[in-house]
Design a protein around this ligand. Structure first.
Ligand code: CP
Length: 313
C-alpha cells in the first residue's frame, strides 16, 4: 500500500497510510499545518491553493470530526466540496466503489476523502483513480487513520517537541483501533522509543504486531509518561464475557485524576473522540488543565489543510 501512495517522481500522490513515510515528510506536513492553525476565537484565513478543485467526502461510516474538518479544510483552501450522502446514494442500489469513483471523476472530482469499515477500500480507490486524482484515507477498518496520526503528532509536538525522549501511554481498545495504529506509526517514525500499549488482554494486539510494550495494568503503563492517549471503548464489546462491564472497565483502565497523577506532572491527556465520559475518561480529566483534546480537533483542520495543499504545491 505504501508504494501506491507515491507518484513516479516520489511525490505523495495519495495518503493511505503513514507506514513507509519518512520523518522529513511528516515534519514538513506538521510545519505546513502550523501555518494553517487558527488561534481560538479568530477568523480563519482563506487561501486559494485548491481554487477550482473539487474535494469529495465519501464516508461509509459515521464521523463528526474527520468529515467536518476535511470539509472546512477544503473550503478554507478554496475548493468546492461535495459530501456524498452514502445512504441516499446509488451505493444503496449496489453501485460498486469503482463505478462511484468513475461517476464522480466524470464530474471533475479531484480528491476523494474516504472512510470505510472494510480494509483495503482506500487502496482500491487509489488503484482505480485517474492519474490526476488523489485519495485520502479518512479511516479504514482497524488499520489506518493517517491524518489522525498526523494531528496527534502535531499536538504532541506543540507541547513536547523532543519525540526521542518521550514516554507515551496509549490506553484502551488497541486491538480494534486505527487511531492507535496510526499514532504508533507516527511516533515510531519521529523517533519515540517508549510507547506503552495498555488495556484488557482481550483488547490488546498480538505481541510484536505494533511497536510498543504491552500492559494489562493501566497504572503501570501511565506511570512516568509525558503523554496519555485514551481510546474510545466500544460499548458494544462490553456485552462479551471477555470485556469487563463499564464500571469495572473505568476502575481498571479509565483515566481519572488519581491515575493521571501517576504520569509526569506536565503530562498531556489526549483522546481522538468521540469520548465515552465516565467509561474511558473522567469528565474532570477530559475538561481539565492537562487535556489537549479540543486542541487535537483544531489541529485536525490544520493538518488536513496541509495534506490537501501538499497535492498541489
Ligand atoms: N477521531 C475521529 O476519527 O472522529 P470522528 O469519528 O468523529 O471522525
Amino acid at each position: 500500500m505504501s508504494a501506491l501512495q507515491f507518484s513516479p517522481d516520489g511525490r505523495l500522490q495519495h495518503l493511505l497510510t503513514l507506514e513507509g513515510l519518512d520523518r522529513a515528510t511528516l515534519t514538513a506536513l506538521m510545519d505546513a499545518a502550523e501555518s494553517f492553525r487558527t488561534a481560538p476565537g479568530t477568523k480563519p484565513r482563506r487561501h486559494d491553493a485548491l481554487a477550482g478543485r473539487t474535494v469529495v467526502n465519501l464516508f461509509f461510516e459515521p464521523s463528526t470530526r474527520t468529515r467536518s474538518s476535511f470539509e472546512l479544510a477544503a473550503r478554507r483552501l478554496g475548493a468546492d466540496v461535495l459530501n456524498l450522502e452514502i445512504g441516499a446514494s446509488s451505493a444503496v442500489k449496489g453501485e460498486s466503489l469503482e463505478d462511484t469513483l468513475y461517476t464522480l471523476e466524470a464530474m471533475n472530482a479531484d480528491v476523494f476523502v474516504v472512510r470505510h469499515k472494510v480494509a483495503g477500500v482506500p487502496e482500491r480507490l487509489a488503484h482505480h483513480a485517474a492519474p490526476q486524482v488523489h485519495v485520502l484515507n479518512a479511516g479504514e477498518a482497524h488499520l489506518n487513520h493517517p491524518t489522525q496520526g498526523l494531528l496527534d503528532a502535531l499536538t504532541i509536538r506543540r507541547h513536547k517537541p523532543d519525540f526521542a525522549s518521550l514516554s507515551v501511554a496509549i490506553v484502551g481498545d488497541i486491538k480494534h483501533s486505527r487511531v492507535a495504529r496510526s499514532a504508533v506509526q507516527a511516533l515510531a517514525i519521529l523517533g519515540t522509543q517508549d510507547i506503552r500499549l495498555a488495556g484488557p488482554k482481550s483488547l490488546l494486539p498480538k505481541k510484536g504486531e505494533l511497536q510498543g510494550e504491552l500492559y494489562t495494568n493501566a497504572d503501570r503503563a501511565v506511570a512516568g509518561t509525558d503523554v496519555v492517549m485514551m481510546l474510545r471503548i466500544q460499548k458494544e464489546r462490553m456485552q462479551k464475557a471477555d470485556v469487563p462491564s463499564a464500571a469495572a472497565y473505568f476502575k481498571r483502565y479509565g483515566l481519572d485524576a488519581k491515575r493521571l497523577k501517576k504520569a509526569k506532572p506536565g503530562a498531556i491527556v489526549m483522546h481522538p473522540g468521540p469520548m465515552n465520559r465516565g467509561i474511558e475518561i473522567a469528565p474532570e480529566v477530559a475538561d481539565g488543565p492537562q487535556s489537549v483534546i479540543r486542541e487535537q480537533v483544531a489541529n485536525g483542520v490544520a493538518v488536513r489543510m496541509a495534506v490537501l495543499k501538499s497535492f498541489y504545491s
